[in-house]
Design a binder for this molecule. Structure first.
Ligand SMILES: [Zn+2]
Ligand SMILES: [Zn+2]
Length: 136
């Protein structure tokens, strides 16, 4: 996956959801090798996992993979559960995106509508790496 303009990502994610829907119930697309074995489907899952992960998805960001979070030591590894990846708020460099959620130490993380207690700027390449690991 290469870096795309922040204006393109929302459309990429929309298309990825369509690809996943087209494979529901074991259906195959024109590029499936066999049911469930599809390069297109794997890419779509990574794209969704990167920019539209299910609420509560755990992520772990090392120092240098995140920034702009007041109250956290910039040298710390952040373990959090994602409330939302704010794809509409990509950093102008297209390499970072705002992510909100709950620190793994937050007792409120199980409460779905509780206001997110952490918001930081995460590196897109780090989020892609994590999504790839999850979709394996
Ligand atoms: Zn397919
Ligand atoms: Zn919290």
């Amino acid at each position: 996956m290469t870096y795309l303009s922040r204006y393109v990502w929302p459309e990429v994610v929309r298309q990825a959801h369509l690809v996943v829907a087209a494979h529901a119930d074991g259906r195959m697309c024109g590029r499936c090798a066999e049911p469930g074995d599809c390069h297109r489907l794997r890419n779509a899952r990574v794209e969704i996992g990167t920019f539209d992960p299910p609420r509560g998805t755990p992520i772990r960001l090392a120092a240098g993979e995140w920034s702009h979070c007041a109250g956290l030591d910039p040298a710390a590894t952040v373990e959090m559960r994602v409330a939302r990846v704010h794809i509409e708020r990509m950093h102008p460099n297209d390499e970072e995106v705002w992510v909100s959620g709950h620190l793994s130490s937050c007792p409120a993380q199980a409460v779905a509508e509780h206001r997110a207690c952490v918001e930081l700027l995460a590196r897109v390449d780090a989020l892609i790496r994590l999504a790839k690991t999850r979709s394996r």
